[in-house]
Design a protein. Structure first.
Ligand SMILES: *[C@@H]1O[C@H](CO)[C@@H](O)[C@H](O)[C@H]1NC(C)=O
Length: 553
């Protein structure tokens, strides 16, 4: 391993004159000289204030609630957002809502882009009460009504106060999913905060005894009313601990899902956002009556797994080919069930091909959850190590990847994935280049055909580096997929592990030197990237790309 990156790093450090400076933890850069803000209102385009460094301060003083879009003239997403953004402004103006929408051309206003740490376009930030220190990141949808609703829930109350039965009933009737907090006095703030972001539900709030009584409640409770399935679900507030926002949020996500969800491009986002890790899929051809009949039994089994297993129907006819491919299924195999844990990506199939009934569906779920159905993995082929790129399968993966004497670089691929095919020549060339290095193994594993006990593969290709030595370290490679860059990792990985340690502070945070490098030398993406991955690993940093491998988190 030679340290060819060290000179580059030293060069960068020298050039930036960092050693003499040492900005404090707050790191305030020198303030640019104050310019007198012009006193007139900034210009408007389609109801949107157009702000600059000179006018932002004035706008913040004038408008206690201000949403600012940082855009770039060349950015396609910004162009798509523009008409929706203007429409949202018009909707809010029509209601005389006390909120304004504004925009800032990021590339033309680099000081503002830097001050508000804008790294991508569009970025939207919400400023409340003229406080420009801590704007709230916009997290809402990208269409007019969604933007308007996100803002309404911040400038107005996010839940309607309910005083009587008529008010409560009107709210419940108005939408598919309505959530009412019945609180004697505590927990209101937590509830309102949560209601700010759950835009697909309406929220109400009451402390009226007659409403507690009408809905059969004696204690503080959050009730979700829905116009389908069970109709209602109750979340009793813990009397000692109070309302936990995370728990309530989970409860609402879980109980607002339909018991059985049809898979399509609209529902897939919700399915994966539901935070239910187990999914049971029924593959059917909806044009066949004999297949449609199975849905009743499937649905009947669903309620007792609410919150634990998400029931999903996949129609073969509805451009769901990618789902079939992902499960390695052919249309002729329907009707059939598959079970997947989306965290581990382990997939399971029923042991026998019996009919799909409420009983068989429930039995299959219980068997998977109880660990009775084993994930299957293939036997290693006898010639697995004959070619420069070694062929791994479920059976030999563990032994090869975690060999402490070798640096192992593995490509997890899917046979149908085009990016995998594109990078295949570079991978072969890499294996060829290092075939005589005793301590380096270049390998590949078909992640669709082999279930690994604990390594989740979420996208293809996933390139993962398993450095030699103890500790079962796993580094996910996110750099460019070419021979040159791959080689640099193999040549410098170990050296950088030591270097990165010097650049880290005691608590595992980036030291100022490393922070500066990462922020100001984006052109040296590779250096930064490697430092990032190894620094996360050097101290077992949380949320980094390096993980201890071999157990559930
Ligand atoms: C669904 O069934 C119909 C009727 O048999 C058939 O024509 C169609 O090809 C099937 N669809 C798929 C995707 O197999």
């Amino acid at each position: 391993m030679d340290g060819q990156l060290l000179p580059v790093l030293l060069l960068l450090l020298g050039a930036s004159g960092l050693w003499g400076q040492g900005p404090g933890p707050e790191g305030p850069l020198e303030e640019p000289p104050e310019e007198e803000p012009p006193e007139e209102e900034p210009p408007e385009e389609d109801g949107i204030l157009v702000l600059s460094r000179q006018t932002l301060g004035l706008a913040l003083r004038e408008h206690p609630a201000l949403l600012v879009e940082f855009y770039a003239p060349w950015c396609g997403h910004c162009k798509a957002l523009a008409p929706e953004y203007s429409k949202a402004a018009a909707l809010l103006a029509a209601e005389s809502a006390k909120v304004r929408l504004a925009k800032v051309d990021g590339p033309a206003e680099p000081e503002l882009a830097e001050e508000f740490a804008v790294t991508k376009y569009p970025t939207l930030k919400f400023f409340l009460d003229g406080n420009h220190r801590h704007p709230e990141e916009y997290t809402g949808p990208w269409e007019a009504e969604g933007i308007a609703e996100w803002l309404r829930r911040r400038v107005g109350p996010s839940a309607t106060r309910l005083e009587d039965e008529e008010g409560a009933q009107a709210l419940i009737d108005a939408r598919d999913v309505v959530v009412i907090g019945f609180f004697q006095d505590k927990d209101v703030a937590t509830f309102l905060a949560l209601a700010q972001d759950a835009l697909d539900m309406s929220f109400g709030l009451t402390n009226q005894p007659q409403l507690f009584q009408k809905f059969g409640l004696t204690k503080d409770t959050v009730v979700l009313f829905k116009k389908y399935d069970e109709g209602r679900a109750d979340f009793p507030v813990d009397e000692e601990l109070g309302l936990d926002q995370g728990d309530l949020s989970c409860f609402l996500l879980t109980h607002s899902m339909h018991l059985v969800t049809e898979f399509n491009s609209q529902t897939s986002r919700k399915i994966f956002a539901a935070r239910i890790l187990n999914h049971l899929l029924l593959f059917v051809n909806q044009t066949l009556a004999s297949h449609r009949e199975l849905l009743a039994g499937f649905r009947e089994a669903a309620p007792s797994f609410r919150g634990q297993v998400l029931f999903v129907v996949v129609d073969l006819g509805a451009s769901n080919d990618h789902v079939l491919q992902y499960f390695g299924l052919k249309a002729e195999e329907a009707p059939t069930l598959r079970f997947i844990n989306i965290e581990t990506t382990k997939k399971y199939m029923p042991a026998d091909r019996g009919p799909v009934t409420a009983t068989s569906v429930a039995a299959f779920c219980h068997a998977v959850l109880g660990g009775e159905v084993k994930v299957c993995s293939r036997r290693s082929p006898p010639d697995w190590d004959q070619r420069p790129v070694k062929t791994l399968v479920g059976k030999n993966f563990e032994q090869v990847a975690f060999d402490e004497t070798k640096n192992v670089f593995i490509k997890f691929y899917a046979p149908w994935c085009t990016h995998c095919k594109e990078m295949a020549p570079a991978w072969e060339a890499l294996a060829e280049k290092y075939r005589d290095h005793e301590d380096i193994v270049i390998a590949e594993l078909d992640a669709t055909a082999n279930e690994l006990e604990a390594l989740p593969v979420h996208s293809f290709p996933t390139l993962t580096y398993f450095p030699a030595g103890p500790g079962r370290k796993v580094i996910e490679y996110k750099g460019t997929r070419d021979l040159d860059t791959f080689s640099k990792l193999l040549d410098s990985g170990v050296h950088l592990l030591h270097l990165a340690d010097d650049l880290l502070l005691e608590d595992g945070q980036h030291g100022p030197v490393l922070t500066h490098l990462l922020e100001h030398h984006a052109a040296f993406e590779l250096v930064a990237h490697l430092l990032e991955v190894v620094s996360a690993g050097g101290r077992g940093g949380e949320g980094g790309s390096v993980r201890q491998f071999g157990g559930r988190p």
